[in-house]
Design a protein around this ligand. Structure first.
Ligand code: UD1
Length: 425
């Protein structure tokens, strides 16, 4: 990547990864086909489609639409390798149990941004009568005695809330989830489930009530736009002193991000279907960015906001409350000239006037996006490795940014072996 170009122009935001993944899991609940419109071409969706295929549901991509052929769902054992690849495979536990009353799953994988246990998912399912035996990391779940019930989540986990919603969808009676997560993607899952004939109320609040229905039916559905992709593009304009107009966005999902970018001196406005951002020449640090469950500042925007803070005048303090190990990008940003000190869950970012290109490596999805943002601003050339992390959640990010004026080239990954042979005399 060659830094120094202003990001300018109009762009349409895709459907949200974090909406599409649970929606794809819930899509196995009816016997009929389900089509997801505007499905983002990201590797996490491909991995999820791969898992669904192994379960017997063929997923067909056609012109940005993903159709799930449900008729042949028969397998309750989730494939080991694919499940380890994406954490969202755990979402399938609820709907498989709801439909087939048994499931086998390996502990899921995903970005290494903390311990990421699944105890809340399992506790929620146990409250619905599921018997779970853990044998060396493989979970054998028996749902023959499943029943509706009251589920209290010790923490408003997004995934656990969604999993319980889906597990309860076909259970006769009322299940109530207390201390539920309130993320917009949970509201979208409710909309999707109800469009398929389900009966879910309360998503977006801390109490969600699922009334089990006998049957659900196939539909075509367009998930909500990706607030994190939108936020990342706003940060791209902010860090380069540029201006963008984003179409297909829901401003109400971007309130916290918008507040912080405005504090930093960006002018933001809703103009018809567009959300507009114009950045000042010099950004001002915003004193505190504190991640919290929705409607607090999203942890998925923490890394990108840190990149912007790197070149803002003054000190930005960032507190990561959601994940315990989500500052992996700070070391690479420092390699690019930033001044960040990390102590536990707090990062103190002292703004610098200039950053410069370096050889860095993505360690997780959003941290990788933060490196891209820094590279847009940096003087000279940046080489980012392990971009497969970025591909998990951004569809061809380099194309989107190049269309807005960036200079980025995707090159083949250099392997360890290549390094060794390149270094050999
Ligand atoms: C989802 C999002 C992810 C986002 C996160 C928080 C998807 C596909 N992913 O992840 O992008 O960063 O919400 O907004 O929607 N926890 C437990 N036990 C559990 C479950 C979670 O201790 O059983 C902890 C986690 O380790 C973490 C916190 O709760 O510290 C939040 O996790 P959770 O809300 O569950 O996030 P995910 O659903 O994994």
């Amino acid at each position: 990547m060659l830094g120094g170009e202003r990001i300018e122009g109009k762009v349409r935001v895709d459907a949200a990864k974090n909406a599409v993944l649970p929606i794809l899991a819930a899509a196995i609940l009816p016997d009929e086909d389900v089509t997801i419109l505007d499905c983002p071409d990201i590797s996490d969706v491909h991995a999820m489609a791969g898992i669904l295929k192994k379960l017997g549901c063929h997923a067909i991509w056609e012109n940005g639409r993903l159709t799930l052929k449900n008729g042949r769902l028969h397998n309750w054992e989730m494939p080991d390798e694919l499940s380890k690849q994406i954490r969202s495979s755990i979402f399938l536990l609820g709907p498989i149990l709801g439909k087939l009353r048994r499931a086998t799953v390996t502990y899921p994988g995903g970005c290494e941004i903390g311990l990421r246990p699944i105890d809340l998912h399992l506790k929620g399912l146990r409250a619905l009568g599921v018997k779970i035996v853990d044998e060396g990391g493989v979970l054998y779940c028996d749902g023959r005695d499943m029943h509706p019930g009251d589920v209290y989540l010790d923490y408003p986990s997004v995934g656990a809330t969604e999993n319980v919603m889906m597990a309860a969808a076909l259970l006769p009676g009322d299940t109530v989830i207390h201390n539920a997560a309130r993320e917009p993607e949970i509201e979208d899952l409710q909309r999707f489930m109800n469009a398929m004939g389900g009966s879910v109320q309360g998503a977006g609040t801390q109490v969600i009530r699922v009334r089990g229905v006998k049957k659900m039916h196939g539909i075509s559905y367009a998930p909500i736009p990706d607030r994190i992709v939108a936020g990342t593009l706003l940060c791209a304009a902010a860090i380069t002193g540029g201006r963008v107009q984003l179409a297909n966005i829901r401003s109400e999902d971007l309130v916290a991000v918008q507040a912080k970018l405005t504090e930093m001196g960006c002018r933001m406005a809703r103009e018809g279907e567009y959300l507009f951002l114009e950045a000042p020449k010099t950004l001002q640090a915003c004193s505190l960015v504190q991640t919290q469950p929705h409607p607090g500042f999203p942890t998925d925007m923490q890394a990108q906001m840190m990149a912007v803070g790197c070149v803002a005048r003054g000190t930005t303090v960032i507190v990561e409350n959601v994940f315990e190990n989500r500052f992996g990008h700070a070391a690479d940003l420092n390699r690019m000239g930033a001044n960040i000190r990390v102590a536990g869950r707090t990062a103190v970012v002292q703004g610098v006037e200039e950053m410069y290109g370096a050889h860095v490596s993505a360690r997780d999805l959003r941290g990788g996006a933060a490196l891209v943002l820094a590279a847009l601003r940096a003087r000279g050339e940046t080489l980012i490795e392990r971009i497969e992390y970025i591909d998990r959640g951004y569809a061809h990010l380099e194309r989107t940014l190049c269309a807005l004026g960036a200079r980025i080239e995707r090159i083949n990954q250099v392997t360890e072996d290549d390094h060794v042979s390149a270094a050999a005399p």
